[in-house]
Design a protein around this ligand. Sequence first.
Ligand code: UDP
Ligand code: MN
Length: 391
Amino acid sequence: MPPLCPITPYKGLFFLVVAFVLLEYLINTFTNSKPSVYFNTTKLLNNVDDKEIHTYGPLLKTLLFKNNKTHPHNKTLHFATKNDSYYSYAVTVPPPQLGSKLGNTSTSVTVPVAIEAQNDSTPLCPDDISSNLKGRLPIVKSPVPTAQELETRFDWLRPGGRWSPENCRAPKRVALVVPFRCRGEHLLLFLQHMHPFLKRQQLDYRIFVVEQDGDGTFNRAMLMNVGYKEALAVERFDCFIFHDIDLLPEDDRNLYTCPEQPRHMSVAVDIFKYKLPYPEIFGGVSAISTEHFKLLNGFSNSFWGWGGEDDDMSNRIRYHHLHISRYPLTIARYTMLTHKKDKPSASRYDVLKQGQQRFDKDGLNNLRYKLVQKKYHLLYTWILVAVDAPS
Ligand code: UDP
Ligand code: MN
C-alpha cells in the first residue's frame, strides 16, 4: 500500500492560514465589526506632527459625532483625558495608501479634540475676582514683541489662543473676534496686552483673528459675522466680543464678561479725548450674547469700506427692542494704536438709510464666504477668508 499522502509542514501552514482567515471572516461577519461608515482619513495622516495635529481636531470631532450612533468603530476609539480641560482620542486609522476605512488597524494617530471635560464637580469660579485685578494698566506700544517671544511668555495658553481658569469653572465662555488685515504689529501688541488681561479676569476665553484674504475692499462687519459662524463651528460660546485690533483697554476692571444687553465697550478712547462721541455709537469694541447676535441676524454684510456697519448694528439693536449698555467712562478707557486713517466709504449713509428694510435678510442668513485657512496657533485661532465685493 502506498503510504497516505503525507501532510508536509509546508501544506500544514497553508491550511492553518486558510482556516485562520476563514475564522476571522466569520467572526467579523457575526460581530458586525465592519465599519458601515467610510471616512477619508488620508488627510488625517498627512503631515501629522505635534503642531499641525490640532488642525484635525474639529474635523475629526465632526466626523465622530455626526456618526456617533451608526459608526460601529466607536468601540475602538480610546478616550483618554489629557488634562482637566480637553480629551484626546486615540484613533486607529489605516495608512494613506490603503484607502479610507476608519478603524482598519495599522497606524495609530492621537488627535486632540476641542471638547471640554464636563466635570461637574469642579466648583464655579467666585464672582468676586477683584483681588486679581490691577486697575489702570500701562499700555506698551514698543518694542513690538515677536510671536515666538509671546508664545514663550504665554506658555499657559492652549492652541487656538484659549485659556480657562485651572481650579474652577467660569460661568460663561467668551469668544473674542478680531477683524484683521495687514496690521501685523498691532496684532502682536494686541495679543501681548490682551492675554494677561483676560486671564486676570478669570475668563474662559478664546481669541479668533479673522483675516480678509486679498486686497479687495475691506468689510469689517462681514469678518465679524464669519468669526461668529466659525467660532460656533468649533465649540460653544455664550457671547462674542467684537474687537478692533488697535484698541487696548487701559483698565482691567473693564470686564470682558457676557452682557445681558449688547454692551458698547470702547466708551472712552484717547483719540476722542476719552469722551463718548455720540450716544448711539457701537463701534470699536462691543459685546453681544450669542442668543442676541442670532436674533439681530448679525451685522449687515452690505458695508464695504470704512464706516456705517457699527451704526447699522446700533439701529438693529433698537429695532429689536434691546438697548446698548455701557460701563462708566472712568473704566471703559482705551488707547488706540496709531494707523493711517482709511477713507470713509461714500455710500455708507445711503446703505445705512435703507437698513431697516434689510435687517431680516442681510446678515447671518445671507452670509457668503470661502474659508481659505483655519489654523490653531498658540496665540489665536486664525481664520483666513475670501469674500466677494459686489461688482
Ligand atoms: N482693519 C484691519 N485692516 C485694515 C482695516 C481695518 O485690520 O486695513 C480692522 C482692524 O481691526 C481695525 C478695524 O478693522 O482696528 C477698524 O478699522 P480702523 O482702525 O481703520 O478704523 P478707525 O480706527 O478709523 O475707526
Ligand atoms: Mn482704528
